[in-house]
Design a protein around this ligand. Structure first.
Ligand SMILES: Cc1ncc(C[n+]2csc(CCOP(=O)(O)OP(=O)(O)O)c2C)c(N)n1
Length: 658
């Protein structure tokens, strides 16, 4: 019996039933992509629905995340623990079937997707992780050896990040990355031709990809052949352009109207009739399940048990490496890392970007699975690690990734690598360019992964490069992203604490904000205090009249102000607040104790946008305009941040209060 047709139609029918029931979703691509997804899962992809996180499974990333109904329907038919009832709850609160796929929430979903382009971008990270892991273990292909499949639509390829992604995947010859492109020639607003006239084939070929063509995206055999061919590629990633019809079979076939319109029940009946699939809503023919049971399920089970045997033999042949592999499969490296700060001589002075590099070197000695790099600013952000070689097609063991000037893709790759598992990562750029990465940083927070962002050149002290390179609002931007940790350490001791927090995390990204200029170790600097997020770094002599709060390089300045104020007869306290999000989690009693004085008697000093600082202090000395180009000391003076200028400003505030 030919299960192909019935299974494809079951996917289409179920997707429509889900969307129509919830009165929300995207039927157009579900109808056009069903044969692609069916062919991939029934004939190629290897995974085990009984163990959805099996480490050596093929990964699948739905870059066109709006096709979620199709993915959930597919996973259900494939035997993942997504009951039919959950398909009926599509897009409803607390269901297993949210609007767009969410990793860690729905079994079988390997990455969160929906923001177009980011799925392809993350997939590059998955493919890199696979290649690197295979290389760092002896006979590593026994431990890790799988494909990374992606499905995208026209929209993903219009997004700029897709270009960064394909360019890097081509350079790195990621031959086990296979991108299925549902070319239905429509986007949300209309025909693709309204917004793109590009030669996609030429574009991918120029980036070093194989390009295969499926002329009829309804032809399962043609798709099957293309996938088989793609898997034989030795040197290049493969794009399979599949010509399809948006809204296939529906009254809106070929029109963008089908893109995001929940069909009426009558329209669903009509579509099913056209497809020759006459089943009631959520009625599923047994053959549709069989179509996956005898193929996908059996293949996955056999592969998984074969893998278990191979790995058992491996554990005997390479016990040490096997143990390491097992222990690093989760992102957990909690057991290790600086439980104390190193001791420093009095007056020790260093840029926190240099301190960061020193810690990276230390981490690399202890963490054998470190993998990272920067967006062409390794020399400035200090992300190069002693002994690391470059990750290249010829040297898959290399731990240093040259991301090139592709910040957004770099951040997405990091997300992909961590979602894949088995490796710890870091990436570096200038703080001001965190804007380019914002969407991926946000994604890492939602994906609950321990991405580490090293952002140097953290203020107007950048100087000569001028306003385009001087971060003003970026700290605020990062601090407002939920579920990430942001650290702006003031010296070597605080950065040690920040490194500890970053590498101890298993489910939360961390941004480390680093200075370019040298910062002196503050005598009262505290490793434990910094870990908490805030503490008294310089006590009052007797009875403070004001509390000065600062972060990063401004802590040093605040302490200088404190000294100057004392000589004018004003006793103050200085609080260092390297991490707002960590500090905010502490009890109000602790926080009040640290501040010592009420809100009205506090001033916050930071060389950045002032808005979010009012949370802690009634008075803020910040910068609410773009910076200026000139030598750092002059720029700092222009904005009134020399210790003398700050003293004058704080004095004025204190006097106005008393
Ligand atoms: C970054 C981003 N911008 C916009 C959207 C909103 N959006 C969702 S689907 C879509 C059109 C995508 O077109 P295509 O990939 O061809 O999908 P199809 O029309 O075939 O469903 C848009 C604009 C989004 N999800 N992500």
């Amino acid at each position: 019996m030919n299960f192909d047709k019935i299974a494809v139609n079951a996917l289409r029918g179920l997707s429509l039933d889900m969307i129509t029931r919830s009165k929300s979703g995207h039927p157009g691509i579900a109808l056009s992509s069903a044969p692609l997804m069916y062919t991939l899962f029934s004939k190629h992809l290897i995974a085990d629905p009984d163990d959805p996180n099996w480490f050596n499974r093929d990964r699948f990333i739905l870059s066109a995340g709006h096709a979620s109904s199709l993915l959930y329907a597919l996973l259900h038919l494939c035997g993942y623990k997504i009951p039919l009832d959950q398909l009926k709850q599509f897009r409803q609160l607390d269901s297993l079937t949210p609007g767009h796929p969410e990793v860690g929430h729905t079994p079988g979903v390997d990455a969160t997707s929906g923001p177009l382009g980011q799925g392809i971008a993350q997939a590059v990270g998955f493919a890199m992780a696979e290649a690197h892991l295979q290389a760092i273990y002896p006979e590593g292909e026994q431990l890790i050896n799988h494909y990374t499949y992606v499905l995208c639509g026209d929209g993903c390829l219009e997004e700029g990040i897709s270009q960064e992604a394909i360019s890097l995947a081509g350079l790195q010859k990621l031959n086990k990355m296979i991108l299925l492109y549902d070319r239905n020639d429509c986007t949300l607003d209309g025909p693709l031709a309204n917004s793109s006239s590009e030669d996609v084939k030429g574009r991918f070929e120029a980036a070093g990809w194989n390009v295969l063509l499926v002329k009829d995206g309804n032809d399962v055999d043609e798709i099957d052949k293309a996938l088989s061919l793609a898997k034989t590629a030795k040197e290049k990633p493969t794009l399979i352009i599949c010509h399809t019809v948006i809204g296939y079979g529906s009254p809106y076939a070929g029109s963008n109207v089908s893109h995001g319109k929940a069909f009426t029940p009558e329209e669903v009946i009509k579509t099913k009739e056209n497809l020759g699939y006459n089943f009631a809503p959520f009625e599923i023919p047994e053959e549709a399940y069989m179509a996956f049971k005898d193929t996908f399920y059996k293949r996955g089970q056999a592969a998984h048990s074969e893998y278990n045997k191979t790995v058992e033999a491996y554990s005997k042949n390479h016990p040490t490496e096997y143990h390491l592999f097992e222990s690093l499969k989760s992102n957990n490296i909690k057991s290790y890392l600086f439980d104390n700060a190193p001791s420093y001589e009095e007056g020790y002075k260093e840029a926190t970007r240099n301190e960061s590099q020193a810690f990276l070197n230390l981490v690399s000695n202890e963490v054998p699975n470190l993998f990272g790099g920067s967006a062409d600013v390794a020399g400035s952000v200090k992300t190069s690690v002693k002994g690391f070689t470059n990750f290249t097609p010829e040297n898959r063991k290399g731990q240093n990734i040259n991301f090139g000037i592709r910040e957004f893709e770099m951040a997405s790759i990091q997300n992909g690598i961590l979602l894949h598992g088995g490796l710890r990562t870091y990436i570096g750029s200038f703080l001001v360019f965190s804007d380019y990465m914002k969407a991926a940083i946000r994604m890492s927070a939602m994906e609950k992964i321990p991405s580490i962002y090293l952002f140097s050149h953290d203020s107007i002290a950048v100087g000569e490069d001028g306003p385009t390179h001087e971060p003003i609002e970026q700290l605020t931007m990062l601090r407002t992203i939920p579920d990430i940790t942001v650290y702006r350490p003031s010296d070597a001791i605080e950065i040690c604490a920040a490194y500890h927090v970053a590498f101890a995390s298993v489910d939360r990204p961390t941004c480390l904000i680093l200075s370019r200029q040298g910062l002196i170790n503050n005598p009262g600097s505290s490793y434990e205090g910094a870990k908490l997020g805030g503490y008294v770094v310089s006590k009052e002599v007797k009875q403070p009249v004001f509390t000065l709060i600062a972060t990063g390089s401004e802590v040093e300045s605040a302490i200088a102000v404190q000294k100057a104020l004392l000589s004018s007869g004003f006793d103050t306290r200085v609080v260092s607040l390297p991490s707002f999000d960590r500090f905010d989690k502490l009890t109000s009693a602790y926080k009040e104790e640290i501040f010592g004085l009420p809100y009205e008697k506090r001033v916050f000093i930071e060389m950045g946008k002032s808005d979010c600082l009012y949370k802690y202090a009634k008075y803020v000395i910040g910068i609410d305009e773009f910076g200026a180009s000139g030598p750092a000391s002059e720029v700092i003076k222009k904005y009134g941040f020399t210790p003398e200028q700050l003293t004058e400003k704080v004095l004025k505030i204190i006097k106005s209060q008393n």
